[in-house]
Each structure stands twice: as structure tokens, then as C-alpha cells.
Design a protein around this ligand. Structure first.
Ligand code: GDP
Ligand code: MG
Length: 230
């Protein structure tokens, strides 16, 4: 089973090199599709150089650029147009999520036991998460479970893995961080089960975080809107 890893990037120069090295070191058939979303901190230049240098044999790296910042959801939608794998995972570029955990996420999907797998920080462990982020995560997860009848422990996780055909026809539109609740809502509405796997290496960052409390409200609204949309 070929895996496509989508890496949305906006100003992550201090971590992208390590993220891409760790992805390149993973076993198995895979491609990495990076979308730089108008970075201004040198990420773009680094990616241009790395793409020109080439990757080890058997490892495909595609680097795409948005001329200006359009949001994490937009970057993912751009990448999805180029995916060749049978499965797709989102990998944030800031090292809060460690690529070493990807094989554990892929396992139930590769065995044919799941079509969608989320990595749960709350089934496993988290380090350094602020209480306000903890609370926002709990509220979003509980709201999802109440509205959609699911039994998730971590809706807003960055680690979301899908069999590619599950994403076809979802008509995703959200441009920024509400991409996450939109994809969760649409998948649950279609009747798919989301299987969760515990994460053990999640480590929250506080510097340079792009997400803010307004994104939490936007996510909450998207969960409600999608539930009652026909
Ligand atoms: N392409 C793109 N990626 C973004 C944007 N904002 C954030 N990201 C990326 O999305 C990931 C998550 O951002 P972060 O602020 O850490 O939010 P959180 O991890 O969801 O709490 C990081 O890899 C960011 O580089 C954006 O506007 N465009
Ligand atoms: Mg992050």
C-alpha cells in the first residue's frame, strides 16, 4: 500500500528539515507532498534547494508553492490534487507530531481493518499542552460525539489518515484550520467509522503557533453547520 504524506507549511524553517528527514527515513512505499503557503521565514528557499538536490532513491518528494498565504486547508486541497497513494496522511511541519508514529497509524488501514485512522493524544500521552488547548480539544471532541454519535477521544488531532477513496467526493471547502472539523464531520456523516490509535510522542509547542482561539470557535461552528446541512 502506497502512502502519500501531505505536509502543509507556513513559516516552519526551524523544523521542516528534521520533519522531512524523518519522513524520508520511514520504511515502505511512500511519497511526500509539501505545500509551502507563502512562507516568509526562509522555508521556501530551503524547500527550493532541497527539491533541486533530490531525495534518496525510492523516495518521492514533491514541493508545491502558494504565492501568498491561503491557509492550512487550502494547502491540503492543493496537495490532494497530486496524490498518487492509496492512503493519505497529514503531517504538520512543526514536530508536535513525530513521523516515527506513522507506521502505527497505518497498520490498521493496511490490514483492512479501518478506512480512516486518527492518532489520539488523549488515548496515549501529551507533553506540555496548555490547559486552554486541552479544554478546547475536549469541547470539540465532545461536540463531535454528541452531534455525530461518534466515540472519539481526539477530534482535532493533526494526525488524520484516510484511505484515499474515502476523500473522493467529500467536496471539502474549508480553507484554514476548520478543514479538520469539516473532514471529520463529512466522514462521519457518510457513515464511516474513525478508528483511533494512541499517540505517545506528541509534544506541544507554544512558540510560533499559528492557530488561535478564534480558530477554535470557527471549528465549533463548522461542526454544527455540517451536522444540519442537507
Ligand atoms: N499551508 C499552511 N500551513 C499552515 C498554515 N498555518 C499553519 N500551518 C501549518 O499547520 C500546522 C499546524 O499549525 P499549528 O499552529 O501548530 O496548529 P495546531 O498544531 O493545529 O495546534 C503547522 O505545520 C503549520 O506550519 C497556513 O496558513 N498554511
Ligand atoms: Mg502544531
Amino acid at each position: 500500500m502506497k502512502l502519500s504524506v501531505i505536509v502543509p507549511i507556513y513559516n516552519e524553517r526551524s523544523t521542516i528539515e528534521t520533519v522531512l528527514d524523518r519522513l524520508a527515513a520511514l520504511p515502505g512505499d511512500k511519497e511526500v507532498i509539501v505545500v509551502d503557503d507563502g512562507s516568509t521565514d526562509g522555508s521556501r528557499q530551503y524547500l527550493e534547494e532541497r527539491a533541486a538536490r533530490g531525495e534518496p532513491a525510492g523516495h518521492r518528494l514533491m514541493v508545491l508553492f502558494h504565492a501568498r498565504n491561503r491557509g492550512k486547508g487550502s494547502a491540503i486541497l492543493t496537495a490532494l490534487q497530486h496524490v498518487e497513494g492509496d492512503a493519505v496522511i497529514i503531517q504538520d511541519a512543526d514536530l508536535e507530531y513525530d513521523p516515527a508514529e506513522i507506521p502505527a497509524l497505518l497498520a490498521p488501514l493496511a490490514r483492512g481493518e479501518a478506512q480512516v485512522v486518527y492518532g489520539s493524544r488523549f488515548l496515549g500521552s501529551t507533553r506540555d499542552m496548555w490547559w486552554s488547548h486541552w479544554l478546547a480539544n475536549r469541547i470539540l471532541t465532545q461536540t463531535t460525539n454528541i452531534l455525530y454519535g461518534s466515540r472519539l477521544t481526539d477530534e482535532a488531532t493533526g494526525y488524520k489518515l484516510f484511505r484515499r477513496d474515502v476523500l473522493d467526493g467529500l467536496e471539502l471547502t474549508c480553507r484554514r484550520f476548520e478543514f479538520c472539523p469539516e473532514v471529520t464531520a463529512k466522514i462521519l456523516k457518510k457513515g464511516h467509522t474513525i478508528v483511533e490509535v494512541p499517540l505517545h510522542a506528541y509534544r506541544a509547542r507554544h512558540l510560533d503557533k499559528k492557530i488561535s482561539w478564534t480558530d477554535g470557535f470557527a471549528a465549533f461552528w463548522v461542526l454544527i453547520r455540517e451536522r444540519f446541512r442537507s
